[in-house]
Design a protein around this ligand. Structure first.
Ligand SMILES: Nc1ncnc2c1ncn2[C@@H]1O[C@H](COP(=O)(O)OP(=O)(O)OP(=O)(O)O)[C@@H](O)[C@H]1O
Length: 225
């Protein structure tokens, strides 16, 4: 589903060149729950941003469903992201003035879709995610774990082909982290959802089908769990 070929991302900071990715070739299959792991600064978030089309590489290929996504224009990449990809970040990025249901449906609301259609879709995903009794709550009335689950619901409502998660448990205690990971595992197995997650917690490995370890911008090892 995702293939990279010799992917490089170099940043220039004044006179210094930072080689965040230095030739990464990986494959991620449909339906896999993949962990990107490795020490701080090894390039995990950079790799997620490249394959999630949030940034462009310096060189190397990225193919999603055999499509050469590097060759897409900025506008085509935006459409590709909107139609096929979902994202969850560590800071939830919910809008505090909106209810849970409104946050989940925000994209559909902005697009001017039919209110009955998107409300039904929003309720369905909140049911799956176990927050159907919280639809009218505001962000401040939810725990950190619940806020992250709303963010997952918002990412999942459009049924993306791939869900990208960058350290979604970074701000959560172990109980809430487990709830979020259990949820990700559930949507991975029950909805055959492909998930790529950056993590630096060793115990998260038990949730992944495959772990890609990075070190100094290259693949150190790939372990099928
Ligand atoms: N926008 C940027 N400009 C310059 N250097 C950057 C930029 N983004 C990342 N880097 C550098 O690239 C390297 C890889 O960073 P990245 O954030 O991908 O690592 P990481 O493995 O996700 O780290 P962490 O676990 O600490 O989040 C680091 O040396 C980082 O300082």
């Amino acid at each position: 589903m995702i293939t990279t070929d010799g992917l490089k991302k170099y940043y220039t900071m004044g006179d210094v060149e930072v080689r965040a990715l230095n030739g990464v070739s990986i494959q991620i299959e449909k339906g896999e729950f993949v962990g990107l792991m490795g020490p701080s600064g090894s390039g995990k978030s950079t790799l997620l941003h490249m394959i999630g089309l949030l940034d462009r590489p310096t060189s190397g290929g990225i193919f999603i469903d055999d499509k050469d996504v590097n060759s897409l224009s900025d506008e085509q990449r935006t459409m590709f992201r909107l139609n096929k990809l979902g994202y969850v970040f560590q800071d939830y990025a919910l809008i505090p003035e909106l209810t849970v249901l409104e946050n989940v449906c925000l994209c559909s609301m902005v697009r001017g879709e039919d209110i009955l259609d998107y409300t039904t879709k929003g309720m369905n995903i909140l049911n799956i995610i176990g927050l159907s009794e919280r639809t009218g709550h505001l962000q401040r009335e939810l725990s950190g774990g619940q806020q992250q689950r709303v963010a997952i619901a918002r990412a999942m409502v459009s049924r993306p082909d791939i869900l990208f998660a960058d350290e979604p448990c970074a701000n959560l205690d172990s109980v809430n982290s487990r709830m979020v990971l259990d949820l990700c595992k559930k949507i991975n197995t029950e909805m055959n959802q492909t998930i790529v997650m950056v993590s630096h917690e060793d115990w998260h490995r038990e949730y992944f089908d495959k772990v890609i370890y990075l070190k100094d911008g290259v693949v150190d090892s790939i372990i099928e769990m």
